[in-house]
Design a protein around this ligand. Structure first.
Ligand code: LLP
Length: 413
């Protein structure tokens, strides 16, 4: 399901309101999330395995807006945290220690001490960090992240198996257990994450098989986590969605067979981020210039890569829609932002209606890794975030930053 885009008299409506009125009230650019879509995605993913020992940990790195976290929690999902910052927001949203998994890499001792103090389950990503964890005398056993399987993902930057920095390679697994013995501690969980955004389930299911076969040999394992990565089709004309129904059947059958064979009932978990929040989010940008430079058409907006870096950073595709005009101008347009770099674009070679200054464009599927990856580059302000409630009302869920906030931590006289 994706953000409902309804047109009335040719103009996009957001909830009960015209897009222009929203920009006038809250300024441009903007991120807007649809509550009904978010809830629907939570339910879809939560129901893929109907077992009491199956858990979905929302991977909060995709979006940590506290209001969204509260909605996700109200749908019965757990959450992962990879920093004290994520943890703080999750705790404010109401997640308790039984609902949070701390899963990070290269964590400094001070941060790990705080996590141990809070008695959160922790998944460690290297033998060094595992030893550090054990040396701090935790009350909880350790989970470990294993680097197994075949890397997957929409870009090499987010493929996380094989010769990359993540996890403990399979040939070092016994070293991990030796460490546990040395500190009289235990390892009770295995986790893998092969990468982010795949729409085919073949490799994923193969790695799940490998993980289950491995866990069969280690009788202390009571937590088995298959990571995140389930994708969404950003380009709906060219991509098919992830086959959730057939994946659900296959996964359920596998887990049931494993439990019948081993007579064990571990917690099984997945950690999706993008699947839950990407499609409920849109960004709005206002056109500030239209020009042709040496035969190339540019539409310049106020949404730079400080607010949406995916197109520049990963060459990622996001659908771009004109909110108040229809039809198509027959020349390709380069849709760009307001940052001082040529790489600052939102979409290349797009066909849009004839566009003029102050028109409003909508960038689709930006709920995941949109605001979460924003910055103040060029001393631009981060924009506001809005929620469309299930009643179609609009709620401000994060204020636009102010110029004063840019000065907060600077020391000068
Ligand atoms: N678990 C772990 C350990 C992860 O590192 C990640 C994502 C996830 C779960 C959630 O993955 P997802 O279900 O969202 O694919 N900024 C990139 C994506 C980075 C993903 C990082 N790790 C993007 O915009 O495409």
């Amino acid at each position: 399901m994706s953000f409902p885009l309804l047109r009335k008299n040719g103009r996009i409506q957001i909830g009960k309101y015209d897009v222009q009125d929203i920009i006038e009230k809250y300024d441009s650019p903007l991120y807007i999330y649809d509550e009904a879509t978010l809830r629907e995605q939570c339910r879809k993913i939560k129901n893929i395995v109907d077992l009491p020992n199956f858990r979905v940990y929302y991977s909060a790195k995709a979006n940590t807006n506290i209001k969204l976290l509260q909605i996700i929690r109200s749908e019965g999902l757990c959450v992962d945290a990879m920093s004290l910052g994520e943890l703080q927001q999750e705790e404010i949203a109401g997640f308790t220690k039984d609902e949070i998994l701390f899963l990070s890499n290269n964590v400094p001792p001070k941060a790990l001490e705080i996590i141990i103090e809070k008695e959160l389950p922790v998944c460690l990503d290297s033998l060094t960090q595992l030893e550090l964890y054990f040396s701090l005398s935790p009350k909880k056993p350790a989970y470990i992240r294993l680097n197994i399987g075949t890397a997957q993902g929409h870009h090499t930057k987010v493929q996380t198996a094989g010769k990359v920095k993540f996890g403990i390679p399979i040939e070092q697994i016994e070293d991990a257990f030796t460490l546990a013995k040395k500190y009289k501690q235990k390892i009770t969980g295995f986790m893998f994450h092969n990468g982010s955004l795949f729409l085919d389930d073949t490799i994923y299911l193969n790695t799940i098989n490998d993980m289950l076969a491995l866990a069969e040999q280690y009788h202390d394992i009571e937590y088995i986590d298959f990571g995140g990565g389930i994708g969404i089709p950003y380009n709906r004309e060219q991509q098919e969605p992830f086959p959730l129904d057939s994946f659900s059947e296959k996964l359920t059958a596998k887990l049931n067979a494993w439990m019948a064979k081993t007579k064990r009932q571990p917690i099984f978990a997945i950690e999706p981020g993008r699947f839950i929040v990407a499609e409920c989010g849109i960004a709005l940008a206002t056109v500030q210039s239209v020009k042709q430079n040496y035969g190339v058409n540019f539409i310049g907006t106020d949404l730079g890569f400080n607010m949406l870096i995916r197109p520049e950073f990963y060459d990622a595709y996001h659908e771009i829609i004109h909110t108040t005009k229809e039809g198509i101008f027959n020349e390709p347009m380069q849709i760009v932002g307001n940052i001082c770099e040529s790489g600052d674009y939102l979409g290349k070679d797009r066909y849009l209606p004839v566009t003029a200054s102050q028109d409003i464009l909508l960038i689709r599927d930006t709920g995941a890794y949109g605001f979460a990856m924003s910055s103040n580059y060029n001393s631009l302000l981060r924009c506001a975030e809005l929620l469309v409630t299930t009643q179609g009302e609009i709620q401000l869920i994060r204020k636009r930053e102010s110029l004063d906030q840019l000065l907060t931590n600077q020391i000068y006289s």
